[in-house]
Write a protein that binds this ligand. Sequence first.
Ligand code: FES
Length: 190
Amino acid sequence: MTDTPVTDAHDDIDEDRRNFIHIVTGMAAAGGVAVIAWPLIDQMNPAADTKAASSLDVDISKVPEGGEIRVLIGGQPFFIRHRTQAEIASARNANTQSLRDPQTDEERLVPTPDGAYNPAILVTSGVCTHLGCVPVGPAQGNVGDYGGWYCACHGSHYDTSGRIRKGPAPSNLPVPDYRYVSDTVINISL
Ligand code: FES
């Protein structure tokens, strides 16, 4: 797929989205917390009210260590990864200044309610910064050369902090606007 023409980008996005294992969508924050987990991708085309949702509460206690869940908010994908100790160490041991988009792992985390950091949980956008495909990850059995995510559209490799390490993507997977509602629940906003 590395030679996929740009004109096929939207087809690639649709194909990647069909690879989602866990899909969670939710209501707008104003309507209270509502999370629905769907096992299959058939529900990847959210209804109009779902597309309008602007934030989502996610129970991070449900994310298996070494795995991730993927959520849609307003039709946009996000990854919530529960990193292993080895994955955290790998992210922290990177030579930050040598990276294409220099960022420390700590800079990509947000504090918990008590002001501490939970390095096990990493939250990123699920959109490749090259041309917008959705990278695969641990749930799809391909974490790329740096243990994070791999975008098969044109071969971008992201590390366990979601930072671009190889391939054409110009920048890291963005960290969305999110906060800890409690030690086990985060709220992601558009
Ligand atoms: S969209 Fe081109 S590498 Fe991801």
